[in-house]
Ligand binder design. Sequence first.
Ligand SMILES: Cc1cc2nc3c(=O)[nH]c(=O)nc-3n(C[C@H](O)[C@H](O)[C@H](O)COP(=O)(O)O)c2cc1C
Length: 211
Amino acid sequence: MKILAINGSPKSDGNTAQALQVLLQEVQNENIETELVTIGNKTIHGCIGCSRCAEQQNRQCVSFNDSVNELLPKMFAADGIVLGSPVYFAGINGTMKSFLDRAFFVSWVNGGLLRLKVGASVVAVRRSGGSAAFDQLNKYFQISELTTVGSCYWNIIHGFIPGEINQDLEGLRIVRTLGRNLAWLLKLVEHGRGHVVPPVLEEPVMTNFVR
Ligand SMILES: Cc1cc2nc3c(=O)[nH]c(=O)nc-3n(C[C@H](O)[C@H](O)[C@H](O)COP(=O)(O)O)c2cc1C
């Protein structure tokens, strides 16, 4: 079993990365493999809506061959995906949005390649806007049929200067709890494999509301 964690922050040791490390430590304690990748320091083009990924069905972004294509195979291979983002103007940061729009669109139009994996998300924020950003991350999971893991509060941790999250004792508890809940759910899913039949995926239908 493996968890892939994606840090949207441009800082590879900022508050988001540190929160993800706290979470992943709990997962590792349950003998589950983890990997943390920072994408926020890369140049990642936004989705241009060309839909060539839908036409070509090659599990890749056809227009830009960057970190999205590099990471997609790892995302498809992982049992669980953790998303972490800093809060920028009450949302996720721009690079993370560019990454997620393209990665999740490729997965979605290629037959639901992230379907039935386990997902968890966390955001790091100085003061406010965390709840909106947290919702934004979870939207990617929900439209892609990942089972989203919760914690004992919404997964928001507070800090401004890197390392300040260590003063947010409640936030740390939330993140650690999330890590343990994630490990538990992963083990349940693994235990059920071969015993519980996955739900059937219906043929797609698009109703575009244009009259
Ligand atoms: C462009 C920008 C926008 C930000 N917007 C917000 C905001 O809306 N609300 C807030 O409380 N903090 C905001 N912050 C502060 C960051 O969310 C905070 O410092 C966070 O811990 C950064 O995480 P990182 O160290 O992983 O990059 C902003 C920071 C930047 C650089």
